[in-house]
Design a protein around this ligand. Sequence first.
Ligand code: UTP
Length: 276
Amino acid sequence: MIRKCLFPAAGYGTRFLPATKAMPKEMLPIVNKPLIQYGVEEAFESGCTQIAIITGRNKRSIEDHFDISYELEREIQGTDKEHYLEGIRKIMHSCSFSYTRQNEMKGLGHAILTGETLIGDEPFGVILADDLCLNEKGRGVLAQMCNLYAKYHCAIVAIEEVDPSQVDKYGIIQGEEIEQGIFKVHSMIEKPSQEEAPSNLAIIGRYILIPEIFDILRTTPAGKKGEIQITDALQTLALQGKVIAYQFQGKRYDCGSVEGFIEATNVFYQRIKNAK
Ligand code: UTP
């Protein structure tokens, strides 16, 4: 049973400057909801009720978002606008939130290691909220991965096929398909060139990690871009046969890029309009 989900949200978000100058990119809204709330809803749906968030500078807006705003509550109570707050109220009442700060942006692996104090000695989910995932046909991506964890009890990365010209933007896996869409990972490489890439199966922002990862991260040297990469740490686990990759059901929108963000905005706006 996975109870905790970690949200690294300390990156600079340079692709969205100046919007992210004083605000984390995880607070950018897709229509009327910040990216991080979509992520927390996905975690909650998978059974995680302990939400751990890694923040950097500009952390306040995330903490405030998941906290009660007494003035606003009083203002809106009994009005026809109250339904706007239903989703966030449900999350706030059902989940606990804890925060810690990554004070040097040394990469995603370092952000995850910073979360050790919040996670402790148990398996946990990781959601990168700028990868917004939607599964119209069933359960969310993290819930699908939690089901898989119950069977395999090892680290799991979510993957999707990308165009070969895009492999240098992702961690890429090489593995053997053991069930349809499920691969035993033999090796993985962060942001390879097209020539180096062992496949076009790219890791997206959903992971289930096991606590051994923290000890590995402690000794993982800086890799691509001078950052401590989670892919490099997972490679150590893969060599021990403890990583599987999962081709998830649903669609991912790369909201860390302007194009993906606009695409998601259009899709989610249509969904809201169609629901009315
Ligand atoms: P990205 O690689 O998208 O980097 O991080 P970024 O800094 O957020 O964005 P750009 O590239 O400058 O536009 C992937 C995820 O890892 C988190 C980010 O917040 C994002 O959710 N992250 C990254 C950290 O928490 N700490 C880091 O040091 C790096």
